[in-house]
Ligand binder design. Structure first.
Ligand code: NAD
Ligand code: IPM
Ligand code: MN
Length: 371
């Protein structure tokens, strides 16, 4: 079994709490012959700012470039509200995404059978839901220049963010979307605002061209991003893969999270281009949720988004499809037992903390692996 080098970046708030649970899972996999992982840890986010005055160090950037995969917790929190913009905790994560070229952010929203009643939407709307939000992650308004606040000198200021997309950026994310769809239910919904934004016009044109040229077998539909948000809560099962820009993807994936019961359920994989020589790609795995300052330190954070993100690392970085499936099945089984962290609790369920939830998932994993 090849040795896989993981760089663990726990971050702030509940980040370290859920990372502790991934470490538990990694240890268990190593001890039981299901993997051979070597881990190293580094600071990123607010904790890194407190220690070094920056949200990520050059040393950590170098380690990130050398690792087989990065496992990221969450960053940010109100205690860093006053930090200069360029040094804020979130800047560390954005630098990782940009410099590692992690342009394809896969955010699956799956409603586990046991959780159909945990969503704020009706059971029939979410039961059996299995969709993917594919978010472009290294372009758009997140990184476009100019990005400034200027004092106009008349008591007014002007803030500018710039939304930029080049053809190649839209082409490569569209390809990831079509490839994903081919392995699923063969449908892509492309979402933009071509009625208002030039980037939306180009997005629509390029996705349509890629479809016609390379993926005519996949069903493609277009939805304006505002309507897509509405359709996501009206009848989400109409979707298979939704492909959208960086900002719309950020919004739509938090919306999609609530279809699964909680933000604490949504994992994600951020992938770079495949290196033609080595066949490998840079990758970072992180839950969609943030540092959850309101529950940090209480031991009640839902570890499932983080554990499932590690499952995505097994699937997308290491080709360990069987083990990745086992992790997903173990999560489903622990939920079916009736165990719930407070964010997904429902009548009759056993409410447990972060560690108990993980221990139950690992116990199920042990049973499933032995079966
Ligand atoms: P958040 O995702 O941290 O929390 C939103 C709500 O969801 C909170 O009520 C929280 O308690 C709940 N929640 C989130 N994860 C949960 C979990 N695993 N289990 C149970 N409940 C969970 O979003 P926010 O409060 O808007 O942001 C807090 C900070 O996190 C901000 O600084 C933000 O920039 C940052 N953030 C970081 C990331 C990241 O590091 N990838 C992602 C989103 C937000
Ligand atoms: C996410 C987060 C990040 C984003 C923040 C923390 C920079 O909300 O990963 O969804 O906006 O991309
Ligand atoms: Mn977000």
């Amino acid at each position: 079994m090849p040795t896989r080098k993981l760089l663990l970046l726990p971050g702030d708030g509940i980040g370290p709490e859920v990372m502790t649970e991934v470490k538990r899972l990694i240890r268990w996999m190593n001890d039981n012959g299901l993997g051979n992982f070597e881990t190293e840890e580094a600071l990123v986010g607010g904790c890194c700012y407190d220690a070094y005055g920056v949200s990520i160090t050059e040393d950590t950037m170098a380690k990130a470039k050398a690792a087989d995969a990065l496992i990221f917790g969450a960053v940010g929190g109100p205690q860093w509200d006053g930090v200069p913009y360029d040094l804020r905790p979130e800047a560390g994560l954005l630098r990782l995404r940009k410099e590692l070229g992690l342009f394809a952010n896969i955010r699956p929203a799956v409603c586990y059978p046991a959780l159909a009643d945990a969503s704020s939407l009706k059971r029939e709307v979410v039961e059996g839901l299995d969709i993917v939000i594919l978010r472009e992650l290294t372009g758009g308004v997140y990184f476009g220049e100019p990005k400034t606040i200027t004092d106009l000198g008349n008591g007014q200021k002007r803030a500018i963010d710039t939304q930029v997309y080049d053809t190649y950026e839209i082409e490569r994310i569209a390809r990831v979307g079509f490839e994903l769809a081919r392995k699923r239910r063969n449908k892509v919904t492309s979402s933009e605002k071509r009625n208002v934004m030039k980037t939306g016009v180009l997005w629509h044109e390029v996705v349509s061209d890629v479809h016609k040229r390379e993926y005519p077998d996949v069903q493609l539909e277009h939805q304006l991003a505002d309507a897509c948000g509405m359709q996501l809560v009206r009848w989400p099962k109409q979707f298979d893969v939704i492909v959208c820009d960086n900002l719309f993807g950020d919004m739509l994936s938090d919306v999609a999270a609530m279809l699964t019961g909680s933000l604490g359920m949504l994992p994600s994989a951020s992938l770079g281009e495949i290196d033609a020589k080595t066949g490998t790609r840079r990758a970072l795995y992180e839950p969609v949720h943030g540092s959850a300052p309101d529950i940090a330190g209480k031991g009640i954070a839902n570890p499932i988004a983080m554990l499932a993100s590690f499952g995505m690392a097994l699937r997308y970085s290491f080709g360990m499809v069987k083990e990745a499936d086992l992790v997903d099945q173990a999560i489903a089984a622990a939920l079916a037992e009736g165990l719930r962290t407070p964010d997904i609790k429902s009548a009759g369920a056993t409410v447990v903390g972060t560690t108990r939830m993980t221990e139950a998932i690992i116990a199920e994993l042990g049973r499933l692996a032995a079966a």
